[in-house]
Ligand binder design. Sequence first.
Ligand SMILES: *Cc1c(COP(=O)(O)O)cnc(C)c1O
Ligand SMILES: [Zn+2]
Length: 395
Amino acid sequence: MTETFFQTLRCQSCTRTFEPRSIRTFCPECQQPLFARYDLSAARSRLDRSAFEGGGESLWRYRKLLPVFDERHIISLGEGGTPLLRLERMGKRLGIERLLLKDEGGNPTGSFKARGVSVAISKCSELEIRDISMPSAGNAGSALAAYAAHCGMKAHIFIPSDTPIVNREEAAAFGADVRLVDGVISDAAKAMSAAGSGQGWFDMSTMKEPYRLEGKKTLGYEIAGQLGWRLPDVVIYPTGGGTGLIGMWKAFGELEELGWTSGKKPRMVAVQMSGCAPIVAAVERKQARAEFWPDAATIAAGLRVPKAFADKTILDIIAESGGTAVAVGDRDLPGAIAECASQEGILLSPEGAATILAARHLTGTGWLEPGETTVIFNTGSGYKYRELMQILRFV
Ligand SMILES: *Cc1c(COP(=O)(O)O)cnc(C)c1O
Ligand SMILES: [Zn+2]
């Protein structure tokens, strides 16, 4: 029996294809990401969408639409299957009748990075890769460290020295080789290429390998299933490297091809912080590529990405979906965290709080209408930000 409908890897830009049974990174011609492609017409006749409904199980319930050929290579800590919560009280305050929060805080290592890493590291296992390296703004490195520990691989993680303390400590506790680098994630990436040259480490940088995206796309499958296969009108996503936004858009496209959903796909909104908003700047200036954002600074560590490798893909999706990009300010984060905590009993991460601020901005301008089903994200647990607790000073 077919374990997966995974077929090939394809460059989005030149459409060249690459066979996926050996190690692949990105397109050598265009320096653009590779996307996993599935035999969706075969899947359409053989898969039943009801098997994908309901929550509570890990994302591996979608394994026929994931890239691992042999199930024995699956490395899982129980990622995915997170709740899509109706925020009735916050919705009233924001003027949105149906405001839904995909709460990713309950994932292993407390963030949705677990989704991407579980799939990518499983694929590494299948391709017999043992040594993996990654520059990270925090959560991706911790997730990689945990999954590497779970299957006995070695992880080399390069993170800014001011990464939130919980991320630094958990990655080290998981036994990873953790290197602290002065600067931001792009400086960590440079330090990694210097230290890693000739070491044979596999580079797991965001969108520079094709499989973390496949893990992140399960967010889109889950949301669709949880909404009874009716896609939301608007998706508001806190965008750093953009894997979640690209992954969900890919998932919505696949579901359409499978015939499991119909109608318009959501308008995709990228949220960034005003101290690091390269995608927002590119949307405002109608540019096809984003420029490097100098001196990136924000307490929302996951959004401190001055240049996304997949910037072009992110911008294409925003345009194609009729979406937009919004920058919000660090100084408004504590208020939004406090508001959602007191109104809903949910302690958001700063990245999650940014989506609340963006929703408020978009209803204010009339871009988002009260009757539109809107999904926002808590991409990580608020409990990981000890530094933030000191800034909040509620007691
Ligand atoms: C990494 C991260 C993001 C950004 O995710 P991308 O998919 O890379 O854009 C947002 N929030 C948190 C908590 C993160 O760790
Ligand atoms: Zn190409």
